[in-house]
Write a protein that binds this ligand. Structure first.
Ligand code: SF4
Length: 175
């Protein structure tokens, strides 16, 4: 669209706001189980989530943009999770971290919520039990792209190919 056309400023302003939002995400980690260990690993220097402007956790939902649901959610925890989501200001996004948060995992019983999307809308699903930190960073990048483009279609982080031992050795030999 050329400068001066109708809608130029609105379009550009939304694009700039989306750009600013995607690089200043404040996270609310709702960690309940073993997946929490991998979530913590992403904040450590090896994976360094700070590179993506998303290192700052907020333990008040009113100050958070992204709700990370990390681990199994029991039926008793469900109302708490829903309330936290409701307390977050718009725009807000949700990541289901790991198989348990995405679909209940192997806890196929009456005490476990079979996926947090039964309670709140989910933007990005991360498969894995637990997901590797690389998958978590992939999820964050996908979420940032989604924030820039707009829209609320759910995304699933695609699997990565795990290198074989022979491939790792060959790579080391090239160094
Ligand atoms: S997905 Fe696996 S690692 Fe994560 S909370 Fe469930 S059982 Fe634990």
């Amino acid at each position: 669209m050329k400068f001066g056309d109708e809608g130029f400023f609105t379009t550009k302003l939304e694009s700039i706001l989306a750009w600013a939002r995607k690089y200043s995400l404040f996270q609310y980690p709702f960690a309940t189980a073993c997946c929490g260990m991998e979530f913590m690993a992403t904040a450590a220097p090896r994976y360094d989530i700070a590179r993506f402007g998303a290192e700052a956790p907020r333990f008040s939902p009113r100050q958070a943009d992204v709700l990370w649901v990390v681990g199994t959610i029991s039926q008793r925890q469900a109302p708490v999770l829903k309330r936290i989501y409701d307390q977050m200001a718009d725009p807000k996004w949700v990541v289901a971290f790991g198989t348990c948060a995405s679909c209940g995992g192997f806890y196929d019983n009456y005490t476990t919520v079979p996926g947090v999307d039964k309670l709140i809308p989910v933007d990005v699903y991360i498969p894995g039990c637990p997901p590797r930190p690389e998958a978590v960073l992939d999820a964050l990048i996908l979420l940032q792209e989604k924030i820039q483009k707009g829209g609320r279609e759910p995304i699933v982080v695609p699997p990565r190919e795990v290198p074989t031992l022979a491939q790792i050795r060959a790579k080391k030999a090239l160094r």
